[in-house]
Design a binder for this molecule. Structure first.
Ligand code: KIV
Length: 266
């Protein structure tokens, strides 16, 4: 089956077709996302929160990200797989950025990486692209900067912040990013950035005018309860369904109703 490539995503933008991206962190979830025909699977550092149960995304390591990426890559027959560069895997130097991005491709089997930050990471984006590693940028609310931002807050509300985000998007495109995630910014600003760029914008909490949308799969499926951001749509409450099944197993075993002959050997 032909894989989705960065050229397909650029083509979708030029033809006005929406791009879909979802996160996944292991084989069974990636298999479902791939089978559903979603264009790209992001192995997000959000795994720290939704899989590892940590407070924020900062502690997840390169080794853990590469490990999860390899499970996802094994499942993806069509979707493009994007590895999310964790905190301190690229902030330290251009060399670290290229080396760690290379690990996602070489060890994790990813087709691209994602990096948070504006103009200040442009040099790193350019170096990774020069090493033939496609890079998705990520601006607006960048969760790795939670301590600087003072929490998970909507960005780009002042005139100066709007100007800076527009400039960041332009510089990142020029540095060679193939796409930009716009997280938690006003929808009019996202529209303006989307119309200015030739590369696709992928929104999360950035309104309907982006070229595509991304969500954390645990949010969409109702598997993460700690908080639900305004921009999340819960399409199903899988936790409820799973709980029902687990409780049923428990009572059937306790009451001697499982296993029956049907599930036993003679
Ligand atoms: O880590 C992640 O899942 C992300 C998406 C929310 C864009 O960065």
């Amino acid at each position: 089956m032909p894989k989705v490539t960065i050229n397909d995503l650029l083509k979708k933008k030029s033809e006005g077709q929406k791009i879909t991206v979802l996160t996944a962190y292991d084989y069974p979830f990636a298999k479902m996302v791939d089978e559903a025909g979603v264009d790209a699977i992001l192995v997000g550092d959000s795994l720290a929160m939704v899989v590892q149960g940590l407070e924020n995304t900062l502690p997840v390591s390169m080794d853990e990200m590469v490990y999860h990426t390899s499970m996802v890559a094994r499942a993806a027959e069509r979707a493009m797989v994007i590895g999310d560069m964790p905190f301190m895997s690229y902030q330290t130097s251009v060399e670290d950025a290229v080396r760690n991005a290379g690990r996602f491709i070489k060890e994790g089997g990813a087709h691209a990486v994602k990096i948070e930050g504006g103009s200040e990471v442009a040099e790193k984006v350019a170096a990774m692209v020069k090493a033939d590693i496609p890079v998705m940028a990520h601006i607006g609310l960048t969760p790795q900067a939670i301590h600087r931002m003072g929490g998970y807050k909507v960005q780009g509300k002042t005139e100066e912040a709007k100007r800076q985000l527009k400039e960041d998007a332009r510089v990142l495109q020029e540095a060679g990013a193939f796409s930009i995630v716009l997280e938690a910014i006003p929808m009019d600003l996202a529209k303006e950035i989307t119309e200015t760029l030739t590369i696709p914008t992928i929104g999360i909490g950035a309104g309907p005018h982006c070229d595509g949308q991304v969500l954390v799969i645990h949010d969409l499926l109702g598997l993460f309860e700690r908080f639900v951001p305004k921009f999340v749509k819960r399409y199903v409450n899988l936790k409820e369904e799973a709980l029902k099944a687990i409780r049923e197993f428990k009572s059937e075993v306790e009451e001697g109703r499982f296993p029956t002959e049907e599930h036993s050997f003679k």
